[in-house]
Design a protein around this ligand. Sequence first.
Ligand SMILES: Nc1ncnc2c1ncn2[C@@H]1O[C@H](COP(=O)(O)OP(=O)(O)OP(=O)(O)O)[C@@H](O)[C@H]1O
Length: 633
Amino acid sequence: MSARVVETITPAAALVSCVMSSFKASNRLPSLISHCLLSLSLRSITFSPSLSQQFRLVSSHSTGPSSGTFMEVVKAALGQVSATQERAALRAEQKSYSYLQIVASALNISNILHNEVAITAPAGCTRTTNEVVNVSRYLHGARVGIVAKPSAEFVSAVLGTWLSGGVAVPLALSYPETELLHVMNDSDVSMILSTQEHHETMKNVAAKCSAKVSVIPTVTSMPPNNNCNEHSGREAVNLVAELIREIEDSCLLKGDDPALILYTSGTTGKPKGVVHTHKSIIAQVQILTEAWEYTSNDQLLNCLPLHHVHGLFNALFAPLYAGAAVEFMPKFSVRGVWQRWRDSYPKDGNKADDAITLFTGVPTMYTRLLQGFQTMDADLQKASASAANQLRLMMCGSSALPYPVMKQWEDITGHRLLERYGMTEFVMALSNPLHGLRKGGTVGKPLPRVEVKILAEDGSEVVRMGVGELCVRSPSLFKEYWKQPKVTKESFIDGGFFKTGDTVTMDEDGYYIILGRTNADIMKVGGYKLSALEIEAVLLEHEAVLECCVLGLSDEDYGEIVCAIVVPNADAKRSAEQELKPVITLADLCDWSKERLAPYKIPTKLFLWDSLPRNAMGKVNKKEIRKLLEQRP
Ligand SMILES: Nc1ncnc2c1ncn2[C@@H]1O[C@H](COP(=O)(O)OP(=O)(O)OP(=O)(O)O)[C@@H](O)[C@H]1O
């Protein structure tokens, strides 16, 4: 029996059930790519009856495993596809890209990788290229760095890497060279796929770590006002036939093989490479699709970077998995977002064909959108609020959503933001419900198939309403920290629960409350353990406060003291300037806080800043700020 047959027998059963149940895949799929490509191809290709006949002809001649195996199911499913409109999978910069175009480009990239990366099978690998026919593309888990703004090119580079048996390493465009080199050296990238605009820069960087660089070819977009038939005829048939061969090749992958390495933001230490497998990725997209009911009727506006899980999973992989369309706005623009919503739902009550139905963002995005809203005239405000109201779902996460922002957003748009909690290592674990009560200040309950527990410092399990470290077990859990077996081992407790490093508690209804990163947000002040997030939430209610950051500074007497950094809002600044007095003093703040905070939680140090230094995900690196403040004379 050939190696291919061995590899494909188990997934075959999984795929049968997947196809039979309207493409809701089972957990045993061998790789995300197989499923994505299956769904993509099924949803996108225009088949006239004659084409279906042609296709059956092609497929029956293709060299695949015998009847009943993985590819037979795909071929049968494809053969049954009736005439459907070719729809957009992605939109960016006024262009639309069909699923088929993305897939075609992924195939192209797979060819580039095949030609450029000479890979030998690692020692101990039983799946050598000699054992099977037509698997010369297989990269045996070689890392491929991807440098592209959110675009069709980015998506096809990831899919092309997976098709080739490579591991995708999305690289941040914003990284300074030293950080980029750290990530590239740490992950040992063999090849960088970059778009033309970053090619020269990447050539210079890659030369320093002996990686090759290749340009991601521009993905062909759909012709304007013509949604179908661009790939009709033999071209489509040939593409699909090639796609099938690629899927066959990708059967070499096991679910447990690495697919993706994402680097943590480094807010709690040096960035670590978090390795996700095909299995953990498919599990996560299924969980999100189920929890938030993503469907092919959805269109998501994605303004997030794609080297973090929020932008990559919640706002790209999961919607694509569900057959939805994703529209990129690579540079978040307050005007642009409001405008896009107004275009989706024009005043006359109509809904545009490409109307956005889903939005997800970090809290600072909503703060900025609210500021933008305040600057509009009454008519524009009315149109904007009404348009936003018509989206199906608006979500928020990556850091704590301040209650005043949530409240104001709901007052204006009618949407109670769905706040959820996640982390690079397991993507998403807790979420407020799609249906049912969304509680401000909480991140809801475990998502489907996710288990959590709270552990006290002595390792005992904390019961209801107690405080401790959140531990997560989920099919979406990462496999390991790249090349850090010791750190990986230390991150898990018995039973396979991952220690998040976040201190949490639970309210009377079983909703989880994030108190913050144990080593950055939990302050030890004179014997009390205080949550910086809790104090921030209160200070944000002050009328002069636009943003704030609370952290503990070392102190000889108390261990730590509570320090608040406040960014005042424009109104407060203006009236302070007119009255020639400070926007807010520590004495004012203490006075105001007395009725809202216990005495030991009231800040004893205050800084007024023009803005807070935030990373691409809107997060403040408190360790860096603390270092800076403690170094001051
Ligand atoms: N809704 C939320 N409310 C509060 N905190 C959140 C929320 N969602 C995510 N977080 C915080 O973000 C963290 C995960 O972010 P990420 O995986 O990017 O790691 P990081 O803390 O930014 O970087 P590093 O792991 O390097 O420290 C969580 O552990 C939690 O502290």
